[in-house]
Design a protein around this ligand. Structure first.
Ligand SMILES: [Zn+2]
Length: 155
């Protein structure tokens, strides 16, 4: 895992100008239930009702019903689903996406809103998939309109 993280960080820095920081995040494999718990329980800004939406340490990562992975800014941890093997381009692309959030976090990069933080993450994930002739639409049913909504400041 460590060498995979190193390769991806190098790739991200070359292709997207992200800071090549090699302080790797912790990576935890969690069940779907635990994933939801982390997403809605520990990350205040992710609560659907907006309860206690003041803490910004943990920006939301993925919106919608299908949570593939989560990055927690505070603990610098990437949560991957149990069963993740990294054997498919799609699985690795999820790690690429979360690793962008890790680099944004450790380098303290500033964005206008949490959605803007998603833009480079989705770009990198899409580019990674392209290397294997795949796309976000094929692998995750994420179309251009969805990406637009998820990556632009609406408020
Ligand atoms: Zn994200």
């Amino acid at each position: 895992m460590q060498s995979l993280l190193t390769v991806i960080v190098t790739w991200l820095s070359i292709n997207f100008g992200l800071p090549p920081v090699y302080e790797h995040p912790r990576v935890e494999f969690v069940s779907a239930a635990k994933m939801m718990e982390v997403r809605y329980g520990r990350l205040p800004s992710n609560r659907p009702e907006g309860v206690g939406a003041k803490a910004v340490h943990s920006a939301p990562t993925e919106f919608g019903h299908d949570v593939h992975a989560i990055y927690d800014d505070l603990s610098r941890t990437i949560y991957l689903p149990e069963g993740w093997t990294g054997e498919t381009p799609a699985e690795v692309s999820v790690l690429v996406h979360e690793l962008v959030h890790h680099l944004q976090n450790v380098a303290v990069l500033k964005y206008d809103c949490s959605e803007a933080r998603e833009k480079p993450a989705y770009l990198a994930q899409a580019r990674w998939l392209e290397l294997f002739g795949k796309s976000l639409a094929d692998e995750f049913e994420i179309d251009a309109m969805t990406i637009l909504v998820r990556t632009n400041c609406m408020r």
